[in-house]
Design a protein around this ligand. Structure first.
Ligand code: AMP
Ligand code: MG
Length: 269
């Protein structure tokens, strides 16, 4: 099995040109074999999550970013399906409102972090504050441009205090986005997903690509790496996410905690 953790990692300090990545790439996998691997990954993830929950001393934060229709919701549905809901916390970040607007941009992020023992999933994240905010000049450049360092410092603090941060950029191309938008229009069960705001955002495609590239260059670190997932093919997206997440959890060397009492000789009749 090709090591997707290595193949799709953004090496810290490297300058990735997204144009050099094929969003339809499957790294040599075919759909049929991938289904078997996915199933095994999901089984193992469920065991690893049980260990994380039992250990209750560390947490994992999965950050999902991607253009509209990039597959963030689908990825959460397909990859997290075998997990115990009690140990999972999913947060979707929208346009800041209310109290969120009256605090710094990391306030709502910090509040939403998973507890130790939990797997947190961010559907969008603090990275919106260097993406949509940058593309639409929602704050001046001298404000957003400082955020890369701030985010690195924040994520380092998390890493040093027990939270493993793993970040995925779901990368589709413009043609695939058009296909998915058309599906949302044609399929009655998907109409609700269609938003005219997404169509407007599509006009800013190149600006988003530039913003993604800077985000990857500045914020893929050893303590909180970015992975770029070719996501035109949903089956490959699911395989890659499950495999990398599995590897990340394996690396944590999770262990059951020691029993709180000496259990030898205890037996109930
Ligand atoms: P959706 O993911 O389709 O539910 O849309 C959520 C919307 O909220 C997207 O258009 C995001 O760009 C937007 N959003 C999320 N975070 C921020 C932020 N910090 N500032 C401005 N817009 C944001
Ligand atoms: Mg949307």
């Amino acid at each position: 099995m090709k090591d997707l953790s290595k193949a799709l990692l953004v090496p810290p300090g490297s300058r990735i040109k997204l144009a050099s990545i094929d969003p339809s790439d499957t790294c040599g996998y075919d759909k049929e074999a991938a289904a078997g691997h996915l199933e095994k990954n999901l089984d193992r993830l469920s065991v690893l999550q049980y260990l994380l929950y039992a250990e209750a001393a560390r947490s994992v934060l999965v950050v999902l970013q991607g253009i509209d229709a990039g597959g963030k919701d689908g990825a959460i549905r397909d990859v997290m399906t075998g997990l115990n809901p009690q140990g999972v916390k999913v947060t979707s970040f929208k346009v800041p409102e209310g109290a969120e607007k009256r605090h710094d941009y990391l306030w709502r992020i910090h509040r939403a972090l998973p507890e130790f023992g939990q797997l947190g999933i961010f559907n969008r994240s603090h990275y919106e504050d260097v993406l949509v905010v940058r593309v639409h000049n929602l704050v001046p450049k001298d404000v957003w441009s400082q955020r890369y360092d701030q985010i690195n410092a924040f994520e380092r603090m998390l890493a040093e205090n027990g939270t493993r941060v793993v970040k995925f950029l779901l990368y589709i191309d413009k043609e695939e986005q058009a296909r998915r938008f058309n599906q949302r229009i044609e399929d009655k069960t998907k109409n609700w997903k269609f938003s005219t705001a997404d169509v407007k955002e599509r006009e800013y495609w190149d600006d988003y690509i530039a913003a993604y590239q800077d985000m990857l260059r500045r914020c893929s670190t050893h303590h909180a790496p970015w992975y770029v997932i070719p996501a035109n093919k949903k089956w490959f997206r699911n395989l890659a996410l499950s495999q990398i997440l599995r590897a990340e959890l394996e690396n944590m060397n999770l262990k059951f905690p020691k029993p709180t009492a000496d259990l030898s000789g205890i037996h109930f009749e």
